[in-house]
Ligand binder design. Structure first.
Ligand SMILES: Cc1cc2nc3c(=O)[nH]c(=O)nc-3n(C[C@H](O)[C@H](O)[C@H](O)COP(=O)(O)OP(=O)(O)OC[C@H]3O[C@@H](n4cnc5c(N)ncnc54)[C@H](O)[C@@H]3O)c2cc1C
Length: 577
């Protein structure tokens, strides 16, 4: 059984990216900023390497995956071109809030103020658009636009930038992985981006139990670097999201059952507050703020670095298998999911998704359940068996990989479809304790009806994520602002389209369908709806995101008044003081 280590070069080879393919237009200032080969690949590939095959592979339906059961008429060689309009996005902000008026001298002011390695870009700067990439490109729904982009090289630069922004009443937003889809992000039109991606510190503690990690790092930076040292920790499962965007809201990932959430790994954090002051937070310093950062963190500052827990990678091997079902099996499939989740091992993750594969069924999306087990295939067999016993339409062979390789297994590498930018994309999230099978059937029917009614939405997917909870629940419930430690399932209904011409019409339709699909999935029994803040979009209540207990709401409001009384950090799931 082979366990492969993925390196940047491996990734390059996998996507056929050669150095000679770097476009000549990459500007010198951009070159100096891009610190890793993989970052370069992401930025360049964002608009050019949409891999439709990746979507298929997510369900284990690649041509390379032999069909273990049942012949299927699947021809899987699609490579649709990515709309060229996405390469050079045109911010049409006329229907949004007024564009911010910036001091005419802002570029020279900030350049003088900040360290020599910092950059200040205006829309007229040749490389400006290289820093405006977002995962969802639609300004009408959830994408901000900027009149100035500041790229700090140090915490001091962040402090000075925020002080300058405050003096000149310029609204600002920290931006790292660019995957946030909260609708309030589009309220920032013509303001300031604080592009954190050059805060890339990675310093390992001598005892090997922690590292200081910069606020600009992504999972894709952290996972391979740790693995090279025989270490791992909880990060988002998707490589393209930042380390801290997820962790400040909780942070779900493959290893949470063993180590806890991303937020639970933070031993201390350095934060630049709304007034530009930089402070350290931990259980002993500014502990009230430290509490709030771990669950409601986007509300309280720009985190420049964190001291983050690390673990020896003592179980390097992962085994996984996918099972494909037609929609008529939905009730049986999710009853099995409910049954296996009752005693879910800390080493197992149960994922399921819905998507349309026209070659299998042109109108009814298929269901794909994948079981990931942190251990050898011989041990994993008993976790795969309940799904195999359902006689799926298709079963992939059991495969193994290592922890970094999980991203390829799930098609969550930065070059895969899931990570690629979309013309419009919104996640409709929810957290529940178990599958409400009746509700899920209604939800599925709405999902199917959406695709039938509007083929432009047919790339939409449902991600039903069943991470294990042992280490998440071992953390005292009151000890952080993350309030959903008891929820076993995280649903993300991703409603997406690639057309740009009709984006306003499609947005309206996507929104109607997205809400309908999500509402149905709750079923009849859920009295208090809960939503992981990082999968929320803006129509959810503060209680749904931050907890229904009065004390939680009061504490968050009090801390918002204390640390951000003017609501500077209010473009993402804002707490109203
Ligand atoms: C394809 C995809 C995969 C995902 N996978 C996962 C996953 O595996 N696990 C998971 O838990 N979530 C996941 N998410 C949800 C993810 O947690 C949120 O989208 C999160 O907001 C992304 O953070 P970002 O930095 O990538 O995005 P951004 O849009 O750059 O940031 C989102 C918010 O975080 C704030 N922020 C970012 N960096 C900092 C910082 N250093 N200091 C303070 N504030 C900061 C921003 O200001 C903004 O308000 C996924 C989302 C998508 C679209």
């Amino acid at each position: 059984m082979s366990v492969s280590r993925h390196s940047v070069n491996t990734y390059k080879a996998e996507i056929g990216f050669a150095a000679s393919r770097q476009p000549p237009s990459l500007l010198p200032e951009a070159r100096t900023l891009i610190t890793g080969d993989d970052q370069l690949i992401t930025m360049l590939s964002c608009t050019r390497y949409l891999i439709w095959g990746g979507l298929l592979a997510l369900a284990g339906l690649t041509a390379a995956s032999p069909v273990a059961t049942g012949p299927l008429p699947i021809a899987i060689r699609h490579t649709p071109s990515f709309p060229s309009s996405l390469e050079h996005r045109d911010y049409n902000t006329s229907s949004l809030s007024p564009v911010v008026s910036l001091p005419p001298t802002i570029q020279s002011d900030l350049t003088t103020l900040l360290s020599p390695s910092a950059l200040v870009l205006l829309p007229s700067s040749p490389s400006f658009t290289q820093y405006t990439h977002r995962w969802s490109l639609n300004t009408h729904t959830n994408s901000p636009s900027y009149g100035v982009i500041v790229i700090p090289a140090s915490e001091r630069d962040v402090s000075l930038t925020i002080q300058y922004a405050n003096t000149h009443s310029i609204p600002f937003l920290a931006t790292t992985g660019t995957h946030g889809t909260w609708q309030g992000l589009s309220q920032l039109q013509g303001g300031m981006a604080i592009w954190t991606r050059n805060l890339t510190k990675m310093e390992f503690a001598a005892d090997g139990h922690s590292a200081t990690l910069g606020g600009g790092l992504r999972g894709n930076d952290v996972i391979p670097a740790l693995w090279a040292r025989g270490k791992q920790t909880t990060t988002g499962s998707c490589r393209c999201v930042s380390l801290l965007g997820p962790a400040l809201g909780g942070g779900h990932g493959w290893l949470q059952g063993q180590y806890g959430l991303g937020a639970d790994q933070i031993l201390s954090a350095r934060v630049v507050l709304a007034n530009g002051t930089a402070v350290k937070t931990s259980n002993t310093e500014n502990s009230d703020l430290f509490w709030a950062l771990r669950g409601a963190g986007h509300n309280f500052g720009v985190v420049t670095e964190v001291e983050y827990k690390l673990y020896d990678a003592v179980r390097p091997e992962w085994s996984y298998q996918s099972f494909t079902f037609t929609q008529d099996r939905l009730e049986e499939v999710y009853r099995v999911h409910n049954a296996v989740m009752r005693n879910q091992s800390q080493y197992v993750v149960y994922w399921s998704l819905w998507r349309l594969v026209p070659e299998v069924d042109p109108v009814n999306p298929i269901l794909v359940s994948t079981v990931y087990y942190n251990g050898p295939a011989s041990e994993a067999a008993s976790y795969f068996a309940p799904f195999a016993a359902l006689s799926p339409l298709q079963t992939t062979p059991v495969q193994t990989t290592d922890y970094p390789g999980l991203a390829a297994a799930a098609q969550f590498r930065v070059t895969d479809w899931a990570c690629q930018p979309k013309a419009g994309a919104t996640v409709y999230g929810m957290d529940v304790d178990s599958y409400d099978v009746k509700g899920l059937r209604k939800s599925y029917n709405a999902f199917r009806d959406m695709i039938r009614a509007e083929p432009a939405l047919s790339l939409s997917m449902a991600y039903l994520e069943g991470y294990s909870l042992q280490a998440v629940q071992a953390v005292p419930y009151e000890s952080t602002a993350f309030a959903l430690r008891d929820r076993k399932l995280l649903y993300g209904f991703l409603v997406t389209y690639e057309e740009t011409e009709r984006n306003k019409t499609l947005d309206a339709q996507a929104q109607n369908w997205g809400e309908k699909i999500r509402d149905a999935a709750y079923g009849d029994k859920v009295k208090q709806k809960s939503v992981y803040v990082n999968y929320a979009k803006g129509s959810e209540s503060l209680q749904a995101m931050y907890g229904y207990e009065g004390w939680r709401q009061e504490r968050l409001k009090m801390l918002k008044r204390k640390y951000d009384p003017k609501g500077r950090f209010s473009f993402y799931a804002p707490i109203k003081a």
